[in-house]
Design a protein around this ligand. Structure first.
Ligand code: ATP
Ligand code: MG
Length: 338
């Protein structure tokens, strides 16, 4: 359904031109949910905005690479052509819901507009459909909500309105960029349930961006691990958790907050921070934070390659896996001794 190849997206800033996404390739199949996971600043939003061709409305530019949707190349489409694809075919839920809603129009008017842009319904029919959509996203008193303005709703409610708008056109591919970051845990759980339902009942393909690997584990068929504008690993969700093949993936997995942890217990995180776009290291971008890094890692960038049945960008997969096995067997030994 979606095939991204060697995508490079850059921004023109004060310090010159920087590449926020640098040679990214992945695909999403029909009915598949794929999660993009990575620390803040790794290029997840820029990747999503590139697929929607929205980067050029900021100061960004797709420099090279290809984005194919149902066999059609999106990077060369005109703005007019893209407008037809956005919404009707591919819809997006944005990271910041407040900025995406228009404060001077009621919620109802905005949903109705989205519906009528794509479907030949009259006002009354579109209003009924809007109400149906608000019910679907679990908003209470949908009739009242339709008459309200965005500022009269809570953050969670606004996010649901955004999701309703994104679903108004019955898209085939839904891109959700951190759809639950601004929400409390109860509402987060409801939104995730909704996404699960869409995935199963509507056979929608979903590209879900999150920094929460727990959410990714629960929802996705496949997971893409991104770091500093590059993909580090792509694997089936189950396999990724069973055995990460990239040291960065392992670091992310260990950063998952443990429910059973004592209060105040420090959670393991990866030491160091993601490099700035204008200070990208030569070679593997994760090398400065990687305990397995060698001279080669600091000098040559590892390509994303199929290794042991999955895609991984690391010069030392074998060594890494060996050390993991060693680690695991030691852990098992100590359990046996007890
Ligand atoms: P987060 O988890 O915080 O949302 P992210 O993975 O979505 O992070 P992106 O928003 O994709 O990160 O940003 C990737 C890089 O691109 C960052 O270094 C960011 O500063 C840069 N960037 C994003 N948008 C712009 C822009 N409009 N102009 C210049 N640089 C940008
Ligand atoms: Mg983001």
């Amino acid at each position: 359904m979606l095939k991204v190849e060697n995508l490079v997206t850059g921004y023109r800033g004060k310090e010159g031109f920087v590449r926020a996404v640098d040679g990214v390739s992945f695909d999403i199949k029909k009915g598949e949910t794929v999660c993009i996971v990575g620390e803040s600043g790794s290029g997840k939003s820029v990747t999503s905005m590139s697929v929607m061709r929205l980067v050029e409305f900021e100061n960004g530019e797709i420099i090279s690479g290809s984005i194919e949707y149902m066999g059609e190349e999106l990077t060369t489409k005109s703005n007019e052509e893209m407008r037809k694809i956005r919404g009707a075919e591919i819809s997006m839920i944005f990271q910041e819901p407040l900025t995406a809603l228009n404060p001077v129009f009621t919620v109802g008017k905005q949903i109705v507009e989205a519906i009528r842009y794509h479907q030949p319904l009259n006002k009354k029919q579109a209003m009924d459909r809007a109400q149906e959509l608000l019910e679907m996203v679990g908003l209470s008193e949908p009739k009242t909500r339709l008459k309200q303005y965005p500022h009269e709703l809570s953050g969670g409610m606004r996010q649901r309105v955004m999701i309703a708008i994104a679903l108004a056109s019955e898209p085939k591919l839904l891109i959700a960029d951190e759809p639950t970051t601004a929400l409390d845990v109860t509402i987060e759980a409801q939104i995730l349930d909704l996404l699960r339902k869409l995935r199963e009942e509507e056979e929608m393909s979903i590209m879900l961006v999150t920094h929460d690997i727990g959410v990714a584990a629960e929802l996705s068929h496949r997971i893409i691990i991104m770091y500093a504008g590059k993909i580090m690993e792509i694997a089936e969700s189950k396999e990724l958790f069973e055995q990460p093949h990239h040291p960065y993936t392992k670091g992310l997995l260990e950063s998952v907050p443990k429910m059973s942890g004592e209060r105040g217990e420090l959670l393991p995180t990866i030491e160091g921070t993601i490099p700035g776009l204008d200070q990208m290291p030569e070679g593997c971008r994760f090398a400065p934070r990687c305990e397995f890094a060698t001279k080669k890692c600091h000098e040559e960038n590892p390509p994303l390659e199929s290794k042991r049945g999955r895609q991984v960008a690391c010069w030392h997969v074998e060594e890494f896996l060996k050390s993991e096995e060693h680690h695991f067997s030691r852990k098992e030994d100590s359990i046996e001794v007890k």
